[in-house]
Write a protein that binds this ligand. Structure first.
Ligand code: UT7
Length: 353
């Protein structure tokens, strides 16, 4: 069976930034508490008119440009989100239309904060089977719309953002080497949004009781997140048949700096092999990993041939990992490798004329 590789990556966050100081004026909290307990300094918040498809579309356009793939070439679009524009049609269909991806099938996938890796795994399988050749995976979240801005225990944590990757076939042993997905529905009510579905439809009463906002028992989620993400990483490495020492970069779901550090420590990965950007984005659920992946690639933190491990944990509970041999060459590393040739070519040309 063939493999699948990432040929383009992009991300986008709405321009408005909400700092910890801003939050301290809204609820009983402080920059000190938020920094010490979470590592978050600020987050991006969408305006009233912006929905998941809007920021997902921008991330998708950037990933397609990076991949040099035209929308008409796409066979499938998968959008991972818990903040879809509406219950139906899917956000993937809305993005498909606005991209002009005429021949692409489209659907949404919901696995909360693990959604991106779940979608990556589905896309990888469909490429490996030969069903599709070119797949766009988008993770887009506008969590600010389901955040209770009067609840200090949750409102300081979340932010809005989107990330996307384009996948194409690769030779066996290249690109995505393993994906590992798990779930435990037994803990569904530790992190959930009670109303708005078929169990508790939206009514005046559900709104009065603030049931249309996210609820979380943070403390209990914290412990299970550390255990599950560590286990997912170990299983993912085993499936990929690589050692933890061979990993160049760990990118986890960005929920809490203390969780990320605890997972890295359990895996014996030093800080320089751990990518962190939650200080500037907060927890963006499914979008956090592709947002971080894009930043890591653009900053030259991942070079061609590097092994990267992605690890996530979220509501459901769901948890997942993906081990990837990076096949893209970043502009930064391209210039580092070939920049001198380009500049000597330019000098020779100047001399000629
Ligand atoms: O993305 C999906 C996965 N999600 C996660 O992984 C999140 C996991 N959980 C966490 O990141 C952490 O549990 C939190 C950051 C949510 C909370 O940190 P914690 O260290 O677990 O704090 P806590 O919930 O045990 O609360 C400690 C204290 C409480 O006060 P008392 O009872 O000790 O007097 C809270 O009322 O901190 C209080 N508190 C706050 N104080 C100031 C809770 N939120 C705030 C706040 N500002 N924003």
């Amino acid at each position: 069976m063939r493999s699948a590789k990432i040929v383009g990556v992009g991300s986008y966050a709405p321009p408005r930034v909400l700092t910890n100081q801003d939050l301290a004026r809204m609820v009983d909290t402080s920059d000190k508490w938020i920094m010490e307990r979470t590592g978050i300094r600020e987050r991006h918040i969408a305006d009233d008119k912006t929905a998941a498809s809007d920021i997902g579309l921008e991330a998708a356009r950037r990933a397609l440009k990076d991949a040099r793939v035209k929308p008409e070439e796409l066979d499938l679009i998968i959008v991972a989100t818990i903040t879809a524009d509406m219950s139906f049609p899917s956000t993937a269909c809305l993005i498909q239309d606005r991209l002009g991806a005429k021949k692409a099938a489209a659907f949404d996938l919901e696995a909360a904060c693990s959604g991106f890796i779940y979608a990556l795994s589905v896309a990888r399988g469909l490429i490996a089977s030969g069903e599709y050749d070119t797949i766009l995976v988008v993770a887009s979240e506008v969590l600010s719309k389901i955040t209770d801005w009067e609840d200090r225990a949750t409102c300081v944590l979340f932010g809005d953002g989107a990330g996307a990757v384009v996948l194409k076939p690769a030779k066996k042993g290249q690109g995505i080497l393993s994906t590992y997905l798990r779930a435990d529905g037994g803990n569904w009510n530790l992190l959930w949004l009670p109303a708005g579905g078929s169990r508790i439809p939206t009514t005046r009463d559900s709104v009065d009781k603030r049931l249309h906002y996210m609820k979380m028992e943070g403390n209990r989620v914290f412990k299970i997140a550390v255990q599950s993400m560590t286990a997912a990483a170990i299983e993912g490495l085993k499936k990929a048949e690589v050692r933890v020492e061979d990993i160049s970069l760990l990118i986890t779901h960005q929920a809490n700096l203390r969780i990320i550090n605890a997972v890295a420590k359990r895996l014996s990965l030093p800080p320089e092999k751990v990518f962190i950007n939650l200080d500037r984005y907060g927890n963006t659920s499914a979008a956090s990993i592709p947002l971080a992946l894009d930043e890591a690639a653009k900053r030259g933190r991942i070079k061609r041939g590097d092994l990267v491990i992605l690890v996530a944990f979220g509501g459901g509970f769901t948890w997942a990992s993906a081990v990837i041999r990076w096949e893209r060459i970043s502009l930064k590393s391209y210039l580092a490798r070939f920049g001198h040739r380009l500049s000597s070519l330019a000098t020779r040309r100047k001399r000629k004329y």
